[in-house]
Design a binder for this molecule. Structure first.
Ligand code: DAH
Length: 344
């Protein structure tokens, strides 16, 4: 076979091999096989010297054009393969944005805290300030100055956690009323959310629970103001149509005193186990500030009047979410807690 035929066969062979090359690696093999230092083309070119000058010129030209052709073919194929590789990669790494995202396990507020925040925000929106007091409290602030007599059952060792130093764990948030009135002159509009403690433990009582205290004092505050504010508050928490009633009651620090009931959220007033058949749920205590309380903090009861109220946050939370046993709120059972994710 003459050199010319050899070159043409080489061209044909390489074209076939290139067609077959299915990845960059085999393409590289083809390149070295034909164009490399020890490749077929180099081999043919080495024998050029044996030819006559005319032949050498002709074959040399042919060899060069074939070399160029091969190089170009390889380049083209390389581009195709690289493109394929890219497509494959894109396909493999494709992100389907319509898939649900993986669950980011972020924390959430405890239902008692969300209720506390919800109630606080309602009062903040009406211009009330938020006050705080210590959980370890003076007996004077917790009882005496609130007009709670020395022989009151709440003062019994059975009900109150007394500490060795003569102080106690506050049994209600009412001492924050005293602290605020000692600190500031009227007008006052405040709420005080916080923890309180009592020696009590059953399905509806926990030794630690949360209350919100409310107090409003000015020159012409009447029972009408109390009713109006509580109505706004209860309608915000339980809905516009919630039935509300005021029932006469007794608290040492208010006179007159009342307890407020809402229509049972479970049976809608028909009577059920939760409302013990009455159709009503007791929700908070309230009344007009007793003149004796004003006197204890040096506010003139002839000049100022005011109302106060107090409520248990766990109770409201339980009614809101129809929780039957208070203890589950403090067990840290994640199956329970997780149901409140995304609430706030
Ligand atoms: N301190 C009361 C309690 O713990 C609740 C309460 C009732 C607070 C009437 C008040 C009030 O401010 O006016 O049971």
């Amino acid at each position: 076979m003459g050199l010319k035929e050899e070159l043409l066969t080489l061209k044909e062979e390489i074209t076939k091999n290139l067609e077959k090359a299915s990845n960059i690696q085999t393409l590289e093999e083809v390149r070295t096989q034909f164009l490399g230092k020890k490749g077929r083309l180099k081999h043919i070119l080495k024998t050029l010297g044996k030819l006559s000058p005319e032949e050498r010129k002709e074959i040399g030209k042919l060899a060069n054009s074939i070399k160029e052709y091969i190089e170009q073919q390889i380049k083209e194929k390389e581009n195709i393969l690289k493109n394929l590789l890219l497509q494959e990669k894109l396909q493999k790494e494709k992100v389907d944005i319509t898939l649900p995202s993986f669950w980011l396990d972020i924390g959430a507020s405890h239902p008692v805290i969300s209720t506390l925040v919800e109630i606080s925000e309602i009062f903040l929106s009406m211009g009330f300030s938020i006050e705080e007091g210590p959980e370890i409290e003076f007996e004077e602030y917790n009882f005496d100055m609130l007009n709670i007599p020395k022989d009151h059952p709440a003062r019994d060792m059975q009900d109150t956690f007394f500490l060795n130093n003569g102080m106690l764990l506050r049994t209600h948030t009412s001492p924050v009323q005293i602290r605020t009135m000692l600190k500031r002159n009227p007008p006052i509009a405040m709420i005080a959310p916080g923890r309180v403690y009592r020696k009590d433990a059953d399905p509806t009582h926990s030794p630690m629970f949360h209350q919100i205290e409310g107090l409003m004092i000015d020159k012409d505050i009447t029972f009408k103001d109390l009713k109006g504010i509580l109505k706004i508050f209860l309608e915000n928490v339980f809905g516009k149509d919630i039935p509300i009633r005021f029932r006469p009651s007794y608290f040492p620090f208010t006179e007159p005193s009342a307890e407020v009931d809402i229509g049972c959220t479970v049976c809608k007033g028909k009577g059920c186990r939760v409302c013990k058949g009455t159709g009503w749920l007791e929700i908070l205590g309230c009344g007009m500030v007793d003149p004796n309380v004003f006197k204890a903090v040096d506010i003139d009861p002839e000049e100022y009047t005011g109302f106060a109220f107090g409520l248990g946050i766990e109770r409201i939370t339980m009614l809101k979410y129809q929780i039957g046993d208070i203890r589950i709120l403090f067990e840290n059972n994640m199956n329970f807690n997780n149901q409140f994710k995304g609430l706030r």
